[in-house]
Design a protein around this ligand. Sequence first.
Ligand code: NAD
Ligand code: UDP
Length: 341
Amino acid sequence: MNILVTGGAGYIGSHTVVEIAKSGHTPIIVDDFRNSRESAVDGIESILGYRPTVHAGDCTDPTFVESVFSQESIDGIIHFAALKSVGESVERPLPYYQNNIGSLVAVLEAALRHGTKAFVFSSSATVYGEPDSNPIPETAPRKQATTPYGNTKQIGEDILRDTAYASNGLLRSVSLRYFNPIGAHESGLIGELPIGVPNNLVPYVTQTAAGLRERLTIFGNDYPTPDGTCIRDYIHVVDLAKAHITTLEYLFSEDVNKPAYDVYNVGTGNGTSVQELIETFERETGVKVPHTVGPRRAGDVVVCYADPGKMNRELEWKAEFTTSQAMIDSWRWQRNLWFTS
Ligand code: NAD
Ligand code: UDP
């Protein structure tokens, strides 16, 4: 199968491109490199031994998207391309709506015109907001989004659902609700490449350990959790990448009872606190992470971890990597960046 991967040079996209190729399919990358670098494609090339096709351009541009679809024979699509900084989306909502919704609509229109059969959308656990209880199943209510970024994921899910049902079963689609992706490829050749100061915990931890940041601030240790810090479901990015292949193969299978649209959580089912994550990093790498406790970050959910049972049962996918392994892999990637920069 030829799989179009929008945002394929990004963090999750680059790992997914590798797994697509490893599973015998052909990845075709579309990216305008607004939040990634061409060096990610070099890394993919080093891992695979060949350079995948790359179409450089903006997925919100229907003319560009149409030109890609007319040059390639596309069987399935994984749509990663989006802006993802939650805080920035509060300050500058319009680029988030323009890009995250605009790219989805442009790619879906082309998919319908060209008869593409399978579509996987990058959604997020953020659609659950502050959940009523944990672990969170897919049946938990989506709460009113508190940020424009979160809202683009809710709207994106709805657009995909409506489009899939209106296509009379011609386009099958799934929204994958990712929990917190961390880690990097075991080769150390691809990983997360935040541009500027990282917003997310793990890149901040590795950059602090590398001496690029003076100290990490733990955003609050007075939450109602065992050690007072927030709890998340950290999933290794390679496990997450593999979940996309499993999902595509499910969408391509001939089961007539499959719904035109479905939703799956992609998480480990384990909750890890900020404090525990830092301790795991220090234990596994032997490197200290200077840190201090600061005030709570506005809008942070206290506890959020997945019930991955639906994905485990229906798609026979299960997370395999431990948080310890993710820390080792993140650190290997950070050190490679450090030595090569
Ligand atoms: P990323 O920024 O590393 O990758 C996104 C890629 O899309 C980048 O390479 C960027 O250049 C590209 N892109 C953005 N807009 C584009 C456009 N209009 N045209 C072409 N390319 C465009 O982000 P990521 O962490 O790999 O996230 C991938 C997806 O997963 C996003 O949709 C994100 O919202 C979602 N997601 C991420 C997380 C996370 O914590 N990383 C969690 C939940 C969901
Ligand atoms: N966090 C932190 N310091 C940082 C970055 C994040 O204490 O510099 C905490 C944050 O408050 C949250 C957890 O780490 O409890 C995960 O944050 P991240 O931004 O990585 O993911 P998200 O909040 O989107 O789940």
